[in-house]
Design a protein around this ligand. Structure first.
Ligand SMILES: [Zn+2]
Length: 247
């Protein structure tokens, strides 16, 4: 599927200290600028932690059917005795949607039941999903509760919060800033130890975190690309945040 190409990830802006993100234009930047002037009276603004605004505009409505399908997925892949759809997040997994627009990504992620996808059909009827979806302009949409399982990474779904980025092959500088702020926010609220790109997930095979009861149920992924993960880790490191990429 064709994609709109964003700025290259190797631009100087991305290798420098992250700028504050302002998902809804104006609000955060204006407040940050005002505070820096009031506090320091200097022309040079004080460093500002990345701000994060999350929209619930496209949040998936909870439904008995989604809960039933999610529990069936957990019983099939992780624990036949499971009675809860809750997860214990210790990891964030970054993805791209392999679709070029927000609308097409939402069309894929919103239904409760998987359609197409012969490659993973044997894995159950629950649709693929994610906890967050980041548009090309950096707008962050929360799709579902962070502690409820989403089907986004084989083997690790009960440990991982999933962030999808609209695009394929190339993500934007705005998405990098948004992902940086979002990972930092999640790290502050959950005991997150690991940050991986989807393509790195099989490093965890054989570790205590890897849960997959279905023999041969495996796919090979390239998202969100090595360049994006390198840039994301560099951006987080600039804020003193280093997360493990392997068990
Ligand atoms: Zn993925």
């Amino acid at each position: 599927m064709s994609t709109r190409r964003g700025p290259r990830l190797s631009t100087p802006a991305l290798s420098s200290r992250p700028r504050p993100i302002h998902v809804r234009r104006g609000r955060c930047l204006t407040l940050a600028t005002l505070l820096s002037v009031l506090s320091f009276g200097s022309a040079r603004p004080a460093p500002v932690q990345p701000a994060l605004i999350v929209s619930d505009r496209y949040r998936l409505p909870p439904s008995p059917e989604r809960t039933r399908l999610t529990l069936a997925y957990i019983r099939q892949h992780s624990d036949p005795q499971a009675t809860s759809t809750r997860i214990r997040p210790v990891m964030v997994v970054i993805h791209w949607t392999a679709t070029s627009t927000l609308a097409s990504a939402l069309a894929t992620l919103r239904p409760e039941v998987l359609s197409g996808r012969a490659d993973i059909r044997s894995g159950g009827r629950l649709n693929v999903g994610a906890h967050f979806l980041v548009d090309r302009d950096g707008t962050v949409y929360r799709l579902q509760n962070e502690t409820t399982l989403a089907r986004h990474v084989i083997g690790l779904n009960r440990s991982a919060i999933g962030i999808e980025n609209v695009g394929s092959g190339s993500l934007t500088a705005e998405q990098l800033r948004a992902d940086t702020a979002l990972v930092a926010d999640l790290k502050a609220r959950y005991p997150i130890e690991y940050l991986i790109g989807h393509f790195e997930s099989q490093r965890f095979m054989g570790s205590p975190l890897w849960e997959e009861r279905q023999p041969g149920y495996l796919t090979h992924k390239s998202d969100p690309g090595e360049a994006f993960m390198k840039a994301l880790r560099r951006a987080l490191a600039a804020w003193g945040l280093r997360l493990k990429s392997a068990p």
